[in-house]
Write a protein that binds this ligand. Structure first.
Ligand SMILES: [Fe+2]
Length: 329
């Protein structure tokens, strides 16, 4: 069940969030998505996507159960009230003589963008642009997406899992780590331009890219937004990077999405690599769903930390500093 009243988090309210794969948004049928306790209807009008509240202002019916008419307006299934791509009411069939509609008859519409094959929505006024992943614009690089992964925990717990290497040999034994090589080398940690950056992490992996080839891998990790993180592994010749974006559906219900970019192993298909990432995520989910508390504790005394957890510690300190409340305790 979704909460009736969303917890208003000033940080996340004014942040871009991924809510869907762009391919899943159609011109002829609205798509219902969930973000921060709100229910949103998405549809396409020509070359743009529209995001509006998925609740008719008349009697509260879900508009995404309705249809899109020939003009690109969403039509409520209950009384056929229509709304255009700006959320303005355009028609009330039960009272066709009304041609000027009051503000209360309109829908809330939200800023929406399409980037990296995902649909990004902001419930308020975005304070920052959608993060830039420069490798996605390079001609020699192949990209693909993974997800949605529906996970019953808070979004910050999922980001912290993504930047945690020490669990690889145990949770991802045989794929991303080997229990015979469990140590995490000391690494550099810096905070630059509002990003938490961990560099020079060296780690032995039996099958780091799903290609079957074992190697010692060098990682660069960044947390670039409260719920967006990224890593690159390899050297300047062989690039393999993944970014993760987590949709905060409710405080302890989230959806994770991955964007993967690489410039080698062209003999391995994107579908095979996606299946590999699905396997990795399937190993992570029972770990993060069992964590208690489900919300990420920002008081560092509440959990024990390893020295190699310094990136997680920096993440928690940063979330505390920027005042993130949703999904934290
Ligand atoms: Fe993991």
């Amino acid at each position: 069940m979704l909460t009736e009243t969303p917890l208003h988090d000033p940080v996340l309210h004014n942040t871009w969030h991924v809510v869907a794969l762009a391919d899943h948004v159609k011109a002829n049928q609205p798509l219902q998505v969930h973000l921060l306790g709100e229910v949103i209807a998405l549809w396409r009008i020509e070359d743009r996507i529209v995001a509006c509240q998925d609740r008719c202002p008349h009697r509260g019916v879900s508009l995404s159960q309705g249809s899109i008419d020939g003009e690109g307006a969403i039509v409520c299934p209950y009384h056929a009230m229509s709304f255009n791509g700006e959320g303005y009411c355009t028609r009330i069939p039960a009272d066709l003589k009304i041609t000027t509609f009051p503000q209360a008859a309109n829908l809330r519409s939200y800023p929406v963008m399409e980037k990296y094959g995902f649909v990004w929505v902001c419930l308020g006024e975005p304070t920052e642009d959608i993060p830039v992943f420069s490798e996605w614009n390079q001609s020699d690089i192949t990209t693909f997406r993974c997800g949605p992964y529906y996970i019953n925990t808070s979004a910050p717990r999922i980001i912290e899992n993504f930047v945690d290497i020490a669990h690889f040999p145990f949770t991802h034994q045989g794929l991303l780590g080997d229990p015979e090589f469990p140590e995490v080398s000391n690494y550099n940690l810096s905070i630059e331009n509002g990003e938490i950056c961990a560099s020079d992490i060296h780690f032995y992996q039996p099958n780091p890219e799903g290609t079957g080839e074992a190697k010692s891998v060098s990682y660069l990790y960044k947390v670039v937004r409260p719920l967006v993180a990224w890593f690159r592994k390899g050297d300047e010749h062989q690039l393999f990077s993944i970014f993760i974006v987590v949709t905060p559906v409710e405080e302890t219900r989230s959806i994770a999405w991955l964007g993967v970019a690489r410039n080698y192993s062209s003999e391995v298909s994107n579908d095979d690599l996606r299946a590999f990432q699905d396997d990795v995520m399937a190993q992570d989910v029972p770990m993060v769903e069992s964590q208690r508390p489900q919300k990420l504790p920002l008081n560092l005394q509440q959990e024990f930390h390893f020295p190699c957890d310094k990136m997680s510690i920096a993440y928690r300190k940063w979330l505390h500093q920027i005042g993130l409340q949703f999904g934290t305790c």
